[in-house]
Design a binder for this molecule. Structure first.
Ligand code: HEM
Length: 445
């Protein structure tokens, strides 16, 4: 490992206070691949260069996603209770697979997501968002992370999975307990039980949903593989979607140029989302790859076989943006790496964007006078080596009367079939009973 600055400690609050300054300092000293500590005593490398991330992600012969290649883990130096194992421990799913095996399971996932085109997802997300807003709009204040940004993508995904209301309720509760650290082991077991029962039910009553498509796909997924990929989609999709939504709202509320235009804001929303994806992407230093042999880095250092190599999307985006600072308008503006690159790039980019846009549109339309509830410098960020997300997003606004208070719900197990045009405030929202039910559960009613 090169001398000079010690490895970047990705768990250090000092690093999180200004991570871009730390990336710049380390890059100057070490070049495109910088030494990092993932937790005390656990070494890795972080790639902070756009071209190198792109090249390495496409080089499937040299870089594997299979975490069982992690040398320190293989040789017993990673304790079983390491907090890294939640994100880095091998699981039998697409994210940790290579080559043919990866293509097989990924194809099934991509096909299962394909009916959910952005218009349809946006309509469902708007409908869920309206009901979430109903839960707090009379108060004139809210904590948007817990009350909006986290539940919204999860509730939309529950519908896409085709869950009935009872499974949805248990699934939602188990996930909420996992976030809150309430007996995580029990919550995890409950999650698996709910999904197994859901899969059994879908065998008897298949529908137009992700679960049924995965089950009947020609890739021949076993029930266990279906379960693992439902968990992967929620795991990979939920927190980043919440982070994108909340961080884009923060940008809209703090950037005068974008925020001044809140009323007619579709352009402002798109711009805020793009800005977050460039400068503060939800997934900062993840996933992880493992070189199958020692790899020489341009500039001379070597990454030994089995070293965790983190993909530094946030740093790489920033360095590229700086390089093109005076030419950004001409540059291919969507070429950021925030959705990943290569065979494992995010298969749900359009779905996640549709959820974020719909959520923000509803907030802006329903909450006049929307503003931060604390000074911008009082907002705090989660300390994670892998992700960049607000812990809380307190906001204030002029109190409003709920639009849908007391709407009854009826059992049904899928999201609406058709995409609904953006409704006017006098219209009823598209009805999805499962999400309606879960929203009420969330609100404690
Ligand atoms: C703003 C929200 C999201 C962001 C920023 C995001 C970003 C990413 C990134 C960076 C990767 C890794 C790419 C790579 O390895 O090169 C990824 C993979 C993945 N994402 Fe997303 N994602 C988001 C939302 C979602 C949603 C909503 C879903 C599910 C419905 C999802 C499902 C997945 C899956 C399954 C993978 C693994 C794909 C594979 O290994 O082949 N993501 N995502």
């Amino acid at each position: 490992m090169a001398t000079g600055h010690p490895p970047l400690e990705l768990y250090d609050p000092g690093f999180h206070a200004d991570h871009h300054a730390a990336y710049a300092r380390m890059r100057k000293e070490h070049g495109p691949v910088v030494p990092v500590m993932l937790e005390p005593g656990v070494e890795g490398r972080l790639v902070v260069d756009y071209a190198l991330i792109t090249a390495w992600c496409r080089d499937e012969r040299t870089f594997s996603r299979d975490a069982r290649r992690w040398k320190d883990w293989r040789e017993g130096r990673i304790p079983d209770d390491s907090s890294l194992l939640g994100m880095m421990g091998h699981r039998p799913n697409a994210l940790f697979s290579d080559g043919e095996e990866h293509r097989r399971v990924r194809r099934a996932m991509v096909d299962s997501l394909s009916p959910f085109e952005p218009g349809r997802v946006g309509a469902e997300a708007r409908s869920v968002a309206e009901r979430l807003v109903d839960g707090f709009c009379a108060r004139g204040e809210a904590e948007l992370m817990e009350e909006f940004a986290r539940p919204l993508p999860l509730l939309v995904m529950n519908g896409m999975f085709g869950m009935d209301h009872e499974s949805g309720r248990r699934f939602f509760t188990a996930l909420r307990d996992m976030w809150d650290g309430v007996d995580a082991e029990r919550a995890n077991a409950e999650l698996e039980r709910v999904l197994s029962a859901h899969i059994d039910r879908k065998r008897a009553h298949p529908g137009d949903d992700i679960t049924s498509t995965l089950m009947r796909h020609r890739a021949g997924l076993s029930d266990e593989e279906v379960l693992q990929h439902l968990v992967l989609m929620v795991g990979a999709g939920h927190e980043p979607s919440a982070a994108l939504l909340s961080n884009s709202v923060r940008v809209l509320l703090t950037d005068r140029a974008l925020g001044d235009d809140l009323a007619g804001a579709r352009t402002g929303i798109d711009e805020a989302i793009e800005r977050v994806m460039w400068s503060a992407p939800p997934v900062t230093n993840y996933p992880v790859m493992y070189p199958v042999r020692d790899v020489e880095v341009p500039g001379g250092s070597v990454v030994p076989e089995g070293t965790p190599v983190l993909l530094g999307f946030a740093a790489a985006n920033r360095f590229l943006a700086e390089e093109y600072a005076d030419r950004m308008d001409d540059a291919p503006n969507r070429a950021h790496l925030a959705w990943g690159v290569g065979a494992h790039r995010c298969p749900a980019k359009d779905i996640a964007t549709a959820i974020a846009v719909a959520g923000i549109e509803v907030l802006i339309r329903r909450l006049p006078g929307l503003r931060l509830g604390v000074a911008p410098e009082e907002l705090s960020w989660r300390i994670s080596p892998f992700a960049h997300a607000l812990t809380r997003l307190p906001v204030a606004f002029t109190p409003q009367t709920p639009e849908e208070e007391g709407t009854p719900w009826t059992p049904s197990d899928s999201v609406p079939e058709t995409s609904t045009p953006r409704r006017q405030s006098s219209e009823k929202p598209a009805q999805s009973s499962l999400s309606s039910f879960l929203v009420r559960l969330l609100r404690g009613r």
